[in-house]
Structure formats: C-alpha cells, structure tokens
Design a protein around this ligand. Structure first.
Ligand code: NAD
Length: 470
C-alpha cells in the first residue's frame, strides 16, 4: 500500500450499497465507500469473537510486538494515508493536520504497546494476600467521529488490542474511507479477525453495535446527544463505556500576559484542524486591561494563515468537513452579528463558492450568553469575551454543561494553578490549549463524557479488573 492508488483500490466498495465520497474542498469525487448493514456488523462481531481467545492467549509482549508492527505499517504508508485523509476530511497535509495525524497514530500505538501494566499486589500482610489483574473484556466496539478520524480510532483500537480484546470499529459516515484505509494498513500485519471494521450509518450499525450482547465495551467519541443514546443502549447488557463527548472549552487570559508572546498559541489552541477539534479553545475570556492588545495580536497572527485545498502544501487551514457543520458555524456567527457583536476578522463566507470554506473568524465584544459562546461551534469562529472580575469569569467558564478542557493564560504560574483548581474540566492547560500526550489521561468532566483515555488509565479502561485473593 505504498501508493495512494493502491490504498484507495484496496478499500473501494465493489458491490452492495455504496456512497460517493466527495472532497469537501473541491467537490471532486474521490471514491466510493461501502454502506454496510446490521447483518454485516453481526458477521464482523462473529469474526471478532472467534479471534479473541487466541489473541488474549498471546503473551503481552507478543501483542505489543504486533502493535509496533502495525505502527511500522502505518509509517510505511504514511504519505498515501495522509493524502486520503486530506482529500476526504479536508484538513491540509501540512501544519498540525493530516501528516501530523497519521504520525500521531504510530506514536499512540507504540505508547500503548510500551506502557507497562504489571499485576498489582494490593494486600500482603502475612494473613491476607490479594493481587489485581487486568483481564481482557472480550470484544470492544470503537465508534469514531469525522474530525480526527484516524487518530481517534487509534486511541480506541490501540489500548483495546494491547489488553487482549478484539475490535469492531465503526467510522463516521463522512470519513469512512479514512477509517477503512487505516484498518486495511494495520491488517497487513495483524492476525485475521483481531481488528474489524463495519462502515454503516450510526443510527443502524452504530446502534446495533452498542446493543450487542457480544460486545463488552464501547469506546465512543462524538457528540453528547449520541453519547446519551449510547448510555441508554448500554443498559441492556451493562456494557462498559468510555465516552469522549462534546466540548466548549473556555480560555481565561489574566491581565499580566504578554499579548504578542501568546498570540500564536491562542490561535492554534482555537483554530487547529480549522476549529473542528473536541478540545479546541472555543470561547476566549480576556481581561479588560489587555483585551484590545490581545485581540490585536491574535487578529494579526490569524489573518495571514493560509486556508485552502489540503493538498496544496502552503495551506494550514482547510474547509469544514461537511456542509452541515458549515451551516452550524454560519448560523452561530450570524446570531452573534445580529446581537451587535463586533466581527474583527472574517465572518463573510462566500456561500456560492466551491468547497465548505468558512473564513477564519474572530468576534469581539460579544454577550457571554450569545449562542456563539454557549453552543459548540466546532469550526473557525472564535468569540472573545471581555471580563473584569475573576470570580465572574470563573462562573461563566463553569456555567455550561460541558467540561472537556480549559486554559488559563498568565505570567504567574501559581496564580494560574489556583484558578485551574476552580475550573470544571478534565484538563486545564496553562499558557497553551489542547496539547495531548499519550501517557497523560484525557477525558471530560460533566456532559463531556466519562472515563479516561491514554496511559495506564487508558489501558485499565479496556480491561476487566480481577482480584485474585488467597
Ligand atoms: P456524532 O455523535 O454525530 O457521531 C459520532 C459517531 O457516532 C459516528 O461514527 C456516528 O455514525 C455514530 N453514531 C451516530 N448515531 C449513533 C447511535 N445511535 N449509536 C451509535 N453510534 C452512533 O459526532 P460527530 O458529528 O461525528 O463528531 C463531532 C462531535 O464529536 C463534537 O461534538 C465533538 O466535540 C465530539 N468529539 C469529542 C471528542 C472528545 O475526545 N471528547 C473528540 C472528537 C470529537
């Protein structure tokens, strides 16, 4: 699979129901994706169940070696994978985008392979002895969204395989080819049946996956609304869940910052993947004393960031992945405009142009309860809210149902850490936003989900704890 054409040929649907896949930047037809059904899902679960016992029986080191081989295979196919991802998802090859995402897949696979999880002796006092093992759960269902379709799938697949489970993956409808390509590349080296994928609608195939009595754990990343449906479905079989749901991360800028020095990090915190990132900075609260200065430097940095077709090496921002998301961003910016907020950059899309391009948009002097602030925009439109009282801004940051990430920006690290303790979020970054590390637990508070991915916590999340006592 060392060329784009071979990769595409390997995953192109030849028969059955299919869907045309168009490049969100150009509208060009790039391929045909299968639209599978519940019968095909059941067949995939059959294969996963059949393969699981032998996979779990391998020594831990042997499974780790397989994960490293899968990472090698991804690295060998990195450029065609990135090209397909760029064409289907829209994100540019360059910048923290398609090549970066493919590279991260290999990094997270290797981290899952190399993280030790020894048996823990819990009690050993001469009279009592108890040790804690982490056994495979069985079959894991891995349901992923369209914004980082390869990387997020790997976050679900890698720990699951390492712990001796087999996997049935379900990619998002609009990034099916990216999911299929990733799995096809990994399956060049993995044993048959260990990693399966079924490309079908969430409402039928995804739903059936979450209700299957043969699937012991669902790893889900997507919207809070679908997450709630999955919680209901899980009640049938007491299915284990890790839910990475929506976010509306706040950033709080204190009056002591150097506005010029933080502009680039603020920008990338908000606009990485053209804003289509769960833990992106989605509402920025800036103290009145530095408001104009921060805004000026942020706009100066943002205004020249090239947006365009992903395969053009100069671009670092792309289109919205699908028209539905474009329309959400457009509606929210129009709502901000109608409320009297000040658009200082962008906000003027060409609705008739080819591609789902929404310009980089920054909206100032906006009411903290405008929809652009309180709803998840998931696109390149950042509201910047003025504040003057610290208690008030902390209350605003905490008032939404989301709690994925947050950030505090200050020259005084201790002051920032004190504020972090008051923020309701799974991660609080100081002087950056959104950086992830394969050993650092990641996940949401409140309605941004539950459970943690990555590192030791992530391995434990796809295992059944078992005490052996006596
Ligand atoms: P979505 O919830 O619409 O879809 C996610 C996946 O769920 C898709 O594969 C879809 O087919 C499937 N699905 C839909 N209905 C289902 C059902 N009834 N049962 C089972 N599966 C079903 O989300 P999306 O629009 O693809 O992604 C955007 C959302 O994902 C945003 O809210 C974003 O914040 C969130 N997200 C969260 C994280 C995180 O780590 N917390 C990461 C990325 C994206």
């Amino acid at each position: 699979m060392h060329s784009y054409d071979t990769l595409l040929a390997a995953i192109t649907a030849q028969h059955g129901s299919t869907r045309e896949v168009h490049d969100p930047a150009t509208g060009a037809l790039i391929g045909t994706a299968p639209l599978q059904d519940v019968a095909e899902l059941e067949a995939a679960i059959d294969r996963a169940v059949a393969a699981q016992t032998a996979w779990a029986a391998l020594a831990d080191e042997e499974r780790s070696r397989y994960l490293h081989r899968a990472a090698d295979a991804i690295e060998a196919a990195a450029e065609p994978l990135a090209e397909l991802l760029s064409r289907e998802q829209g994100k540019p090859l360059n910048g923290p985008n398609a090549r970066f995402e493919v590279g991260a897949c290999a990094v997270w696979l290797r981290a899952a392979a190399d993280t030790p999880l020894p048996v823990e002796v819990i009690v050993d006092d001469g009279e009592n002895y108890a040790e804690l093992h982490h056994r495979p759960i069985g079959v894991v269902g891995a349901i992923s969204p369209w914004n980082w379709p390869m990387m997020i799938s790997i976050w679900q697949i890698a720990p699951s395989l390492r712990m001796g489970n087999t996997v049935v993956a379900k990619p998002a409808e609009t990034t099916t080819l990216s999911g299929l390509a990733l799995v096809a590349v990994m399956n060049q080296v993995l044993p048959d049946g260990v990693l399966n994928i079924v490309a079908g609608p969430g409402s039928t195939v995804g739903d059936a996956l979450t209700r299957s009595p043969r699937v012991g754990k669902i790893m889900f990343t997507g919207s809070t609304g679908v997450g709630k449906r999955i919680i209901e479905a899980s009640a049938h079989n007491v299915t284990r869940l890790t839910l990475e749901l929506g976010g509306n991360d706040a950033g709080i800028v204190l009056p002591d910052v150097d506005a010029a020095a933080i502009a680039a990090d603020l920008f990338w915190g908000a606009f990485i993947n053209t804003g289509q990132t769960c833990a992106a900075l989605k509402r920025l609260y800036v103290h009145d004393a530095v408001y104009d200065d921060v805004l000026e430097h942020l706009v100066a940095f943002a205004k020249d960031m090239p947006m365009g077709v992903g395969l053009d090496e100069q671009n670092v921002l792309g289109p919205l992945q699908n028209r539905g998301q474009y329309e959400i961003v457009d509606r929210l910016v129009e709502s901000a405009k109608a409320s009297g907020a000040r658009v200082v950059l962008g906000g003027d899309p060409d609705h008739g142009a080819v591609g789902n391009f929404y310009p980089t948009t920054i909206v100032a002097d906006i009411d903290p309860h405008n929809e652009l602030v309180t709803e998840e925009q998931f696109g390149p439109a950042l509201p910047v809210i003025r504040y003057s009282d610290l208690d008030d801004v902390i209350a605003l940051a905490n008032e939404l149902e989301f709690g994925l990430g947050a950030s505090v920006w200050s020259a005084d690290r201790d002051a920032a850490r004190t504020i972090a303790a008051r923020l309701e979020a799974g991660t609080v970054w100081i002087n950056s936003h959104g950086g992830l590390h394969p050993m650092v637990p990641f996940g949401g508070a409140k309605q941004s989900g539950y459970g943690r991915e990555f590192g030791v916590a992530g391995l434990k999340a796809v295992a059944e704890p078992q005490v052996v006592s006596g």
